[in-house]
Design a protein around this ligand. Structure first.
Ligand code: SF4
Length: 819
């Protein structure tokens, strides 16, 4: 379908559209026009990805100044899904005559998923694949191998890339990850490096959040992207946690031992090099005297070690400066590392919890070891240089040392927004010390601020991102738009209910103090028994944690609850083991398909709650036992930071976090407008309006007061009634109400115009004159009615854009050069 949004012609690859999708696209366009950021919450299963891609591709092709879309998603299946959607969209655009011949769209994922090397690709761990690949592709290996073929092993897939023109390693088009692998097989080139090297030439790049947010990766991958790029963070409901994780490091005692061994090995290597090729060390020394940039001269494809700090932060006082004198010489740097590791080991000997700021850590470090802040800040970059000089292979062996050095660089780089927490015991009741030294980032805005600074439009979107104002506060940005879209349904297909007490009137709560009370445990169990009796096919129940789920399941076993559930459905349990869980999921789906019915017991924030869909018969009911925090020190520090710096109260944050996870779990089960199901919130705390109001609008709009404080028996009888009703024959076309044709869109646009006119008239004649003048101006510029139906011969592609470019430039008040 083709339609206009303002002056922008949009091609949408379906002949019907949801009203939510239309509003979403209109708001996206307004955000891009304003050149600002936005937070948009779109109901689960209403085609967010296709709306985003259709609007942005149309926008990029119509306004050629916006030339690149960087689309970040969370998981590989989501990246693959977005690429498939983009491919379909581009095929449709081609059918419609759009001129996108030179358009390129690719997705990037780790080497583990893309490697074709016969041996390296067989490795099970991503880190090992990375390390083995680096050995085969590092600048020094390539130099040696090319000068003297056979002297060091190289990867042919990597070498063959040199036979192609740099910006043309793959023909224009959109490729899924599988497509790139197939292409790589055919041509004998490495898919991973094909994508990496093509990055500056792509119109759309789809990859995971880390490639933009994690400074260790972002500098290598995203450095060359222009300011005019549009950035999208999809499924961004956990983006604050991703930011925090990317700037946090944990050290343990075994890691320090392993780092010490690495330093010894590096020391030996230096001695060896001194004997065989002392000039090399001298060269390195001279480069370090000249400054970091000199030492880190550009080396294509290398990404072995990078400082865990955004380069903007590093460059504040580093880039053109010399590396501090006391770590310039390789052997001095090794001695420096030894001292630092020994210091950390002694710190770990304490038997009580210590929380301190980076400043106090640095002051104590200096007092004991004479290590200053500046060399510590340079240590990650210094190690990178040393690894290159020594031509170290098997870099994954030195993982612990990288972490230690990253820890040092972080402590020395940030004064605010971090806390060092040393926990001597793993759990509260443990008696054998197993210390962990956490360098915790408390401020999620630190990792994302370079993105907001660099790019003019950043779109943060998800199905569950309420309350919307929380993200701008935590991430410190000013959105031009914050919208949560309700869900239009032709009939009430979702039935949310809050069960606050059992049939015996005992309150139901997972509050810490009462959650192991046998009466409460029994009442959770009877909800499951009753629901498995009345609900067909699949039921998913979400628990707050593995630990709590285990204790409840074993109590249910003793109480005979599980044998009752078994009479109606098979039972499957999620475990921390991914393999076990995937087998459980497979069998769960089979039981749902063959009519036996099944219950899946899962964990909020586990694998299942964040990535697996339970649409249609795979999830006819979802039971939520909400998240309960253990009061960890890290969480406390984070809450204090948010309160003191961003005025987010502890309780507001905790409720927000619990609600986003509850909404995420619910969203797994209800995957679209043709789906139906029950949402059971099993906790009396959900009866409170102030808590419920933090749920996304599209869920909250269907919770009515009468269903927000029920006992189990009331809930079961209403559930039966709902299932009877929803199972009646139904016209699925939904056209006109929850599904629009082109005529419906035009009708809506006409009504909006009329409404705007009426509002204008109410404001008086002055406002009408001003609007008329503006309207005439607009008519001249866009040459016709922006809302007129799209002409069939309308052109969408690059070739037309001589004319479109002029129009777009005029609209933006720019001068256009002739020719
Ligand atoms: S260059 Fe590519 S194919 Fe070769 S080992 Fe590395 S990832 Fe694998």
């Amino acid at each position: 379908m083709k339609f206009m949004i303002g002056d922008l012609p949009v091609l949408f690859p379906y002949d019907r559209i949801y009203p939510e999708q239309f509003s979403y696209m209109s708001d996206l366009k307004a955000t891009l026009d304003a050149g600002g950021h936005c937070v948009l919450e779109m109901p689960s299963g209403t085609g967010k990805t296709v709306s985003l891609l259709s609007l942005i591709v149309s926008y990029m092709q119509f306004y050629p100044t916006k030339r690149k879309l960087i689309y970040c998603s969370r998981t590989v299946p989501e990246i693959e899904k977005a690429l498939a959607e983009l491919k379909r969209l581009m095929e449709y655009r081609e059918e419609m005559g759009a001129k996108d011949e030179e358009f390129r769209g690719l997705g990037l994922t780790s080497r583990k998923n893309l490697c074709l090397h016969p041996e390296v690709s067989k490795e099970k761990k991503g880190k090992v694949v990375d390390s083995r690949c680096r050995d085969l592709t590092s600048a020094f290996a390539c130099e040696k191998g090319r000068a003297n073929p056979g002297s060091v092993p190289l990867c042919d897939y990597h070498e063959n890339l040199n036979n192609y023109e740099p910006g043309n390693l793959i023909p224009p088009g959109v490729y899924t990850l599988d497509d790139v692998k197939k292409y790589g097989q055919e041509k004998g080139v490495c898919p991973y490096f094909t994508i990496r090297r093509m990055m500056p030439y792509l119109d759309i790049v789809i990859f995971s959040f880390h490639y933009l947010l994690d400074p260790k990766v972002a500098e290598n991958v995203s450095a060359e992207m222009s300011k005019e790029s549009i950035i999208v963070f999809d499924e961004a409901h956990n983006i604050d946690n991703v930011c925090i994780e990317s700037l946090s490091v944990d050290l343990t005692r075994p890691m320090l031992d392993s780092a010490a061994r690495s330093v010894n090995k590096i020391g030996d290597k230096i001695e060896e090099l001194k004997r065989t090729d002392a000039e090399k060390l001298q060269n390195e020394y001279e480069k370090l005297v000249a400054g970091l940039q000199e030492a880190n001269e550009h080396r294509e494809d290398e990404d072995m070690l990078t400082a865990p700090v955004p380069s903007a932060k590093l460059s504040e006082d580093m880039v053109d400066e010399a590396v501090p004198g006391n770590i310039r010489k390789a052997e001095h740097f090794v001695a420096f590392l030894k001292r630092f590791i020994e210091y950390l080991k002694t710190r770990m000997r304490v038997l009580h919890v210590v929380a301190e700021t980076p400043q106090s850590f640095l002051a104590h470090l200096k007092e004991i070891t004479y290590i200053e802040r500046r060399p510590l800040k340079f240590s990650a970059e210094r190690l990178t240089s040393l690894v290159r000089t020594l031509e170290l292979t098997n870099i994954d062996e030195h993982y612990a040392l990288q972490q230690v050095v990253g820890f040092g660089t972080l402590v020395a780089s940030y004064e605010k927004g971090f806390m060092l927490i040393l926990e001597p015991y793993e759990t509260e009741h443990a008696t054998v010390p197993n210390p962990i030294f956490h360098m915790v980032c408390l401020d999620p805005s630190l990792a994302i601020s370079p993105v907001f600074e660099r790019f003019s439009s950043v779109i943060i979107t998800s199905g569950t991102i309420s309350p919307l104002d929380m993200y701008p506060k935590m991430l410190q940005f000013q959105p031009v738009m914050e919208v949560s879209y309700p869900m239009t349904l032709q009939r009430n297909a979702f039935f949310p209910m809050v069960i606050t007490r059992g049939s015996d009137q005992v309150p139901i709560s997972s509050r810490f103090e009462v959650r192991n009370d046998p009466a409460v445990v029994r009442n959770f169990g009877s909800i499951l028994i009753e629901m498995s009796r009345v609900v067909p096919d699949g039921i998913v129940a979400f628990f707050p944690s593995y630990l709590y789920m285990e204790s409840i399941v074993s109590a249910w076993y003793d109480m005979g609850i599980l044998s009752e559930v078994w009479k109606h459905k098979l039972l499957f349990v999620e475990t921390p083991d991914a393999m076990e869980t995937s087998i459980a999921l497979k069998n769960y789906r089979e039981a749902c398909n063959n009519g036996r019915g099944a219950v899946m017991l899962s964990v909020a924030r586990g694998k299942v709650s964040e990535g697996i869909d339970f649409d249609h018969n795979y999830g006819r009911a979802v039971i939520i036992i909400p998240y309960q925090y253990t009061e960890s020190r890290i969480l406390k520090a984070r809450l204090e930071f948010l309160r003191d710096n961003y005025r987010v109260r502890e309780n507001d944050y905790l409720t927000f976090d619990a609600m986003r996870h509850a909404a995420q779990c619910v969203g797994r089960v209800l995957r679209g407008k043709t789906d139906w199901g029950l949402m059971v919130f099993a906790d009396k705390r959900f009866a409170r309006q102030d808590k419920r109001s933090k749920l996304p609008k599209w869920i909250n709009q269907y919770i009515i007061e009468a269903h927000s404080n029920m006992s189990t028996d009331m809930a079961v009888s209403l559930a039966k009634k709902f299932i009877r009703q929803i199972s009646q024959p139904f016209d699925h076309t939904q056209t006109g109400i929850s599904l629009w044709t082109l005529e419906d869109i035009e009708d809506r646009q006409r009504k909006d115009r009329e409404e705007a006119d009426r509002a204008l008239r109410a404001l008086g004649p002055g406002a009408i004159q001003a609007q008329a003048a503006e309207g005439m101006q607009l008519d001249r510029e866009i040459d016709g009615d922006a809302f007129a139906p799209v002409e069939d011969d309308m052109d969408y592609g690059d070739d037309i854009d001589d004319e479109a470019l002029v129009r777009a430039a005029e609209l933006h008040g720019m001068e256009v050069e002739s020719g």
